[in-house]
Design a protein around this ligand. Structure first.
Ligand code: NI
Ligand code: MN
Length: 218
């Protein structure tokens, strides 16, 4: 499995030759080529997460998996969609996924209610990955740690709209994951952080910070 950072909260996960996009807001990776995309996941309707998902779905035929309201919005715009609620595993040809709550808001760039924002638990190969989406720290993270025992946690750290570094460090303890990948920081001024602070604090709790540059892979 390969996890490539495409900037902001966008990732490409490759497994068994199949590519999966998560929150494909690709302004930080303008040269990214959408090839071999099997599935697209969108955590909520804000423009910096919905990104180019609809266009990519139309161009590649890959369905967008997201919550019911946002899936309806995307399918009205011509995308292929898979709607899910928070709660149970769904099987894909490359693994399985469950939607978990995110504590945030969700409306489309044109102001339509996007349903409940979410995060994802991916079970791919022998790894469990928790992708938090945009969220504050919340007690669900303790339950996610207990139920799913994630190996890798992808957490927003930029503050203002989401967790900051201090809360992401606390969340990492609750989640129990060993590898912590930061996201949703330094894309614009309001979410600027000193990434060295994140790295130091994650090391101090005995975990591994994996700070990916744009285009870099884990
Ligand atoms: Ni958001
Ligand atoms: Mn956001």
């Amino acid at each position: 499995m390969n996890i490539k950072y495409l900037g902001h909260s966008a990732f490409e996960i490759t497994t068994q030759g199949k590519k999966i996009l998560v929150d494909p807001f690709l302004v930080c990776s303008p040269d990214y080529k959408c090839e071999n995309i099997y599935d697209i996941f969108v955590s909520h309707a804000h423009g910096d997460h919905l990104g180019s998902a609809i266009e990519i779905s139309k161009a590649t035929g890959a369905p967008i998996t997201t919550v019911y309201e946002l899936a309806n919005y995307c399918s009205e715009k011509g995308a292929k969609t898979i709607d899910m609620g928070l709660g149970s595993w769904r099987e894909y040809s490359w693994g399985k996924v469950i939607l978990v709550p995110a504590f945030h808001s969700s409306s489309t760039p044109d102001g339509i209610y996007g349903g409940c924002p979410c995060g994802f638990i991916f079970s791919i190969e022998d790894k469990i990955i928790y992708y938090a989406g945009d969220t504050s720290i919340n007690s669900e993270m303790k339950i996610i740690g207990e139920l799913y025992e994630p190996d890798i946690a992808m957490l927003p750290i930029g503050g203002k709209y989401t967790m900051d570094i201090e809360h992401a460090v606390k969340a990492s303890v609750w989640l129990g994951a060993t590898i912590i990948v930061p996201m949703h920081y330094n894309t614009f001024d309001a979410i600027k952080v000193e990434i060295q602070d994140f790295e130091r604090q994650i090391r101090e709790i005995g975990k591994i910070p994996v700070v990916l540059k744009i285009g870099e892979s884990l």
